[in-house]
Design a protein around this ligand. Structure first.
Ligand SMILES: [Cu+2]
Length: 120
């Protein structure tokens, strides 16, 4: 009977080891940061387009465009994306993002009302 007890103790100890070993490994911090980007959005269609497209970008947790100020608020995971990548993603949709100019081809594909100065 003593042998059986010993075997059970060994199995328990062995099954616990790998789990505790994994927990001590360093994991990248899952920190979420918020940035606000000035865009060249014009109307409600722009808002929908930017919020939809940006929500598919890597590491993006939250997107909201304020049409009054044209400020795009983005929350992103710092281990998955950077402000630079996010601005370039906005530019690829066809809009200026702070100092990153809109991608000319994407801009050309936008409906006329969504282009800069479309309402001017
Ligand atoms: Cu628009």
């Amino acid at each position: 009977m003593k042998n059986i007890t010993w075997i059970i103790v060994m199995i328990l100890a062995w099954s616990l080891l790998p789990a505790s070993g994994q927990d001590t490994k360093d994991k990248p911090a899952r920190e979420v940061m918020e940035i606000v980007i000035k865009t060249s959005a014009q109307c409600g269609m722009c808002k929908e387009r930017i919020e939809r497209d940006m929500s598919f970008e890597k590491g993006i947790k939250y997107v909201n465009l304020d049409l009054e100020t044209k400020d795009l608020t983005v929350r992103y995971r710092t281990d998955k994306s950077t402000p630079e990548e996010i601005r370039r993603a906005v530019a690829r949709i066809g809009y200026d993002a702070d100092d990153v100019p809109a991608d000319p081809e994407a801009y050309e594909r936008l409906p006329a009302c969504c282009r800069k100065g479309g309402h001017d």
